[in-house]
Design a binder for this molecule. Structure first.
Ligand code: ADP
Ligand code: TRP
Length: 319
């Protein structure tokens, strides 16, 4: 299957992102033809501060590569390195009814949150359709909020195919139903908008601070504790095999340890789990040449496919 996904370079990644989206994507590399890019054009709709966008883009690329996107297995690039996508966006705009975009929830939500109602924000789904259709993507893994955008891409593809014949593959959105929602430090869904995250690449001090804010009940230190509804336990569980989970349950049931001890334990296992990725991440940022090499290699592969597709489209549209 040809699987494509775009990732917004939007700040620090948290362990909810990791277990909910990144880990499944890394595992999927073994069975699929994966196309993964950093959606820096899309990020322009929420901020026009060039310096921030550049830093965030490189950080995101470093993060995904160090967490396990393998440039030998997947095609990984920066959206803005394959300009054909913007050209296709304009062509697709001719096939996009206003009403289709006017119905987009994401646009309405962003306006309600105070973003400027720019044409860029309004036409965001058309650029996303270009990302998807340029590469004949079959499966598009996305978060729930993006399903409608994949449906818009499908609608646009249908409209083009009706006019030109079967030129585009019809994409299908995929959300990872098996992965459970990761809870944040306050018990709600972990999300950067709730400021309840534990970040993957946090420095030691920040990680400790984030873990210290996990709320617990007030069972005294010496008494047995309930792991079933303890947020520290639900988070720790993500990093432990079943044997290790049983051991931790026993420590809860035994008493004699307080939540502070379990927080220290959680800190240790998170550190150990991401140790290697953190080292790679720091290394990529300190030596951007290696990072740039992978991005260029990815862009070259993506561009070749994009150019071939565009040739067919030029013939149809008369360019
Ligand atoms: P945030 O809510 O922090 O803004 P995003 O909406 O950018 O996160 O999510 C990016 C991806 O990570 C999506 O695919 C989403 O489903 C996944 N994800 C985010 N938070 C969680 C969570 N708490 N549990 C599981 N998956 C999550
Ligand atoms: N809009 C997506 C998001 O905010 C990112 C994205 C851009 C994307 N282009 C895409 C996702 C193409 C899937 C396919 O998460």
């Amino acid at each position: 299957m040809r699987v494509l996904t775009g990732l917004q370079p939007s700040g620090d990644l948290h362990i909810g992102n990791y277990f909910g989206a990144i880990k499944p994507m890394i595992e999927a590399q073994n069975e699929n033809e994966m196309f993964i890019f950093i959606a820096n054009y899309h990020a322009m709709t929420s901020s026009q501060e060039g310096k921030n966008l550049r830093t965030n883009t490189l950080k995101a690329a470093a993060a995904f590569l160090s967490l396990g996107i393998n440039p030998q297995k997947s095609i990984f690039w920066l959206q803005s390195d394959v300009k054909e996508v913007v050209e296709l966006y304009w062509i697709l705009s001719q096939f996009t009814p206003m009403g289709l975009l006017e119905r987009a929830h994401s646009y309405k939500d962003k306006i309600a949150k105070g973003l400027n109602a720019s044409h860029g924000l309004f036409s965001y789904p058309v650029l996303m359709a270009a990302d998807i259709l340029l590469f004949d993507s079959q499966i598009v893994p996305v978060g729930k909020d993006q399903i409608q955008h994949v449906e818009i891409a499908r609608d646009i593809a249908l409209k083009v195919n009706n006019t030109w014949g079967e030129i585009f593959t019809l994409p299908q959105a995929k959300i990872n139903e098996e992965v459970a929602v990761v809870v944040g430090t306050d018990g709600a869904k972990m999300s950067k908008s709730y400021k309840n995250t534990i970040d993957i690449f946090a420095d030691e001090k920040t990680l400790k601070k984030q873990i210290s804010t996990i709320t617990t009940d007030s069972t005294p230190l010496e008494e047995p504790k309930n792991w079933q509804n303890c947020k520290i336990f639900s988070l720790a569980k993500l990093f432990l095999n079943s044997e290790e989970q049983e051991e931790l349950k026993k420590r809860y049931e035994k008493g004699a340890e307080g939540y502070g001890h379990f927080k220290i334990f959680l800190n240790e296992i998170i550190n150990a789990y991401f140790k290697e990725a953190k080292e790679k991440y720091e290394n990529f940022l300190a030596n951007p040449q290696e990072l740039e090499f992978y991005l260029e290699q990815g862009a070259n592969k993506a561009r070749k496919i994009a150019k071939e597709k565009m040739q067919k489209i030029y013939e149809k549209i008369g360019l």
